[in-house]
Design a protein around this ligand. Structure first.
Ligand SMILES: CC(=O)N[C@H]1[C@@H](OP(=O)(O)OP(=O)(O)OC[C@H]2O[C@@H](n3ccc(=O)[nH]c3=O)[C@H](O)[C@@H]2O)O[C@H](CO)[C@@H](O)[C@@H]1O[C@H](C)C(=O)N[C@@H](C)C(=O)N[C@H](CCC(=O)O)C(=O)O
Ligand SMILES: Nc1ncnc2c1ncn2[C@@H]1O[C@H](COP(=O)(O)OP(=O)(O)OP(=O)(O)O)[C@@H](O)[C@H]1O
Length: 502
């Protein structure tokens, strides 16, 4: 491959240009113009170059016919396609990032790109960062697991936490086109391992924390950490912001070869520290101490974990040279993040929340807070999503049962896994505790059961799906939005006299 700093000539790009960029011989039809690069046959548009990737289940070349029918004009893959002219490369996935970046004129070098990774808090931190950039007078784009939005107000719901490289670089190019000067980008560990963020120049990368998750994919915590740590490399970013409230963060800060800003809610030696933390049931307040002064924040979001997330966002902005007061003002305009301790109010006297906790470390930071704001009963609706780390399911039940009075185990989104096996694993953990444990497979019925009989001082939390608005059973996908369902359940319970109104 030619240097990643080679910017694409404006105007028409031909298949020969692509071959030349990839350092390969020109295929037949080298003069053929290429409109865009696309790695999914279902998304191909007329004139596209189809990047056919070998996958776990299929090979992209299995879908050459579909790509042709949609208008693909050429292929990049690890073997010659049946019908289309092909540029052959040994590792197609590894060229996806550099190729897409080159094709779109290296958009990440025209933006200041701030990345956020970690097991928990990526989405929240990315949204705080985006708002903080706006507060600091910047014009940022946003790429998070729940929204991709540009400065012109257009927004879309993403399919993944972090898009494939072709989509990511195209999105950044759109940001540049729309006048953005920066971007806040959420980076999952899968994205790093699958080369989705290759050829992306980060200004600052932030690490929130690391806890057990995704071991179905990474195998061990050591591997999981190594994938995250591989991001913190001078080849990828100029500097790092690292949360040091867990041992993995402290290790990363110690081993990292970059300028590091450390962040903590407890360690006075950290560069950015939160004190005077006050987590109420309607807002969260704290004082942030930074190398350039202290600032007070009051956020209309819930939970001590949001102190950590907002603090990481503030540290990224301050380490990037922004004024802490302006950044803090921007951060405090975030009026809730969908599906993250999101309150549902339907005239009830008790607290009803939707949350995305789906691993034990997330539960351990969220549930003690929920207990602290609940003088009455704490009722949790939980489950385990299919296709994800089976080893965490028992812990999910056990941690839930440790903090809650009642745990209702239900279906989340089993996918190709057996729903009853998922529930059994969670139930086994929950039954090791003294909580009241119920199994209600149907999620709507589970929510109704959780809400029934609640009165002032009680809290119900529907956990695990957050703002994801579907359930997948095998190949069948059904619309299901926890916030809407919880709202409707509360309305039904109040009108039937089953639960207390305000
Ligand atoms: C590990 C991973 O990234 N897997 C993704 C990957 O699977 P795969 O490589 O095995 O693909 P495959 O299904 O064998 O297909 C091979 C190729 O054919 C292409 N194809 C396939 C079918 C078709 O009709 N046309 C077509 O072109 C695919 O785009 C792919 O390039 O490509 C598939 C098709 O695009 C994805 O569905 C699948 O993501 C799955 C659904 C997924 O969710 N992955 C998870 C692990 C993930 O990436 N999660 C993280 C976040 C996790 C978190 O934050 O909790 C994320 O960033 O979203
Ligand atoms: N800093 C944190 N520490 C521990 N738990 C957290 C933290 N931030 C969020 N959580 C928990 O994790 C859940 C998901 O939060 P968020 O979406 O911000 O994280 P995420 O890393 O983007 O998650 P995912 O990658 O699974 O989408 C929250 O609903 C909350 O229960």
């Amino acid at each position: 491959m030619r240097s990643g700093h080679l910017t694409r000539a404006t105007g028409v790009v031909t298949l020969g240009d692509v071959a030349s960029f990839l350092g390969r011989d020109s295929p037949p039809d080298a003069a053929r113009p290429v409109r865009d690069v696309c790695d999914d046959s279902r998304a191909v548009r007329p004139g596209d170059l189809y990047l056919a990737l070998p996958g776990r289940v299929h090979h992209g070349l299995d879908f050459e016919r579909d790509a042709i029918e949609r208008g693909a004009v050429a292929v990049v893959s690890d073997r010659v396609a049946d019908r289309l002219p092909t540029v052959v490369v040994p590792h197609p996935r590894a060229v996806a990032g550099p190729l897409a970046s080159w094709f779109h004129g290296r958009p990440s070098s025209a933006l200041e790109v701030f990345g956020v990774t970690g097991t928990n808090g990526k989405t929240s931190t990315t949204h705080f960062l985006h708002a903080g950039l706006q507060g600091a007078g910047r014009t940022p784009g946003l790429v998070s697991g729940i929204a991709i939005s540009s400065s012109d107000g257009t927004a879309e719901r993403p399919i993944r936490t972090t898009p494939e490289a072709t989509v990511l670089h195209r999105t950044l190019a759109t940001f540049v086109h729309n006048g953005c000067d920066s971007a806040a980008v959420e980076v999952s560990s899968h994205a790093v391992a699958e080369h989705r963020v290759d050829a992306l120049d980060f200004a600052v990368l932030a690490f929130t924390n690391l806890g057990r998750d995704h071991l179905d994919y990474h195998g061990t915590m050591e591997n999981y950490f190594a994938v995250k740590a591989s991001l913190f490399d001078p080849e990828r970013t100029r500097s790092a912001v690292v949360g040091v409230d867990d041992a993995w963060g402290r290790r990363l800060a110690a081993e990292c070869a970059l300028p590091v800003t450390t962040v903590s809610t407890s360690d006075p030696a950290a560069d950015v520290l939160a004190t005077d933390i006050d987590c109420g049931d309607h807002r969260t307040a704290f004082r942030a101490h930074t190398p350039v002064g202290a600032v007070d924040l009051t956020l209309p979001v819930l939970g001590p974990h949001q102190v950590s997330n907002a603090l990481v966002a503030l540290a990224v902005l301050v380490s990037g040279g922004h004024d802490p007061d302006a950044a803090a003002h921007g951060i405090s305009t975030v009026h809730g993040i969908p599906g993250r301790l999101e309150p549902v109010t339907a005239g009830q006297s008790f607290t009803a929340l939707v949350d995305y906790m789906h691993n034990p470390s997330g539960q351990r930071s969220t549930l003690p807070y929920l207990r602290s704001i609940t003088p009455g009963r704490l009722v949790l609706v939980i489950g385990a999503t299919g296709g994800r780390d089976p080893g965490k399911r028992g812990d999910l039940g056990a941690v839930a049962g440790h903090w809650a009075d009642t745990v209702i185990v239900t279906d989340e989104s089993p996918g190709d896994d057996r729903a009853d096996v998922l529930r059994d694993d969670v139930l086994a953990g929950a039954r090791t505790t003294s909580a009241r444990v119920l199994e209600v497979p149907d999620r709507r019925a589970a929510i109704d059961r959780a809400v029934a009989g609640l009165t002032e001082g009680d809290t119900v939390v529907v956990a695990g799906r957050g703002s994801d608005r579907w359930q997948q059973f095998g190949s069948r996908r059904t619309f299901f939005d926890d916030a809407t369902e919880l709202y409707e359940s509360v309305v039904r319970a109040i009108s039937a006299g089953r639960s207390a109104a305000r």
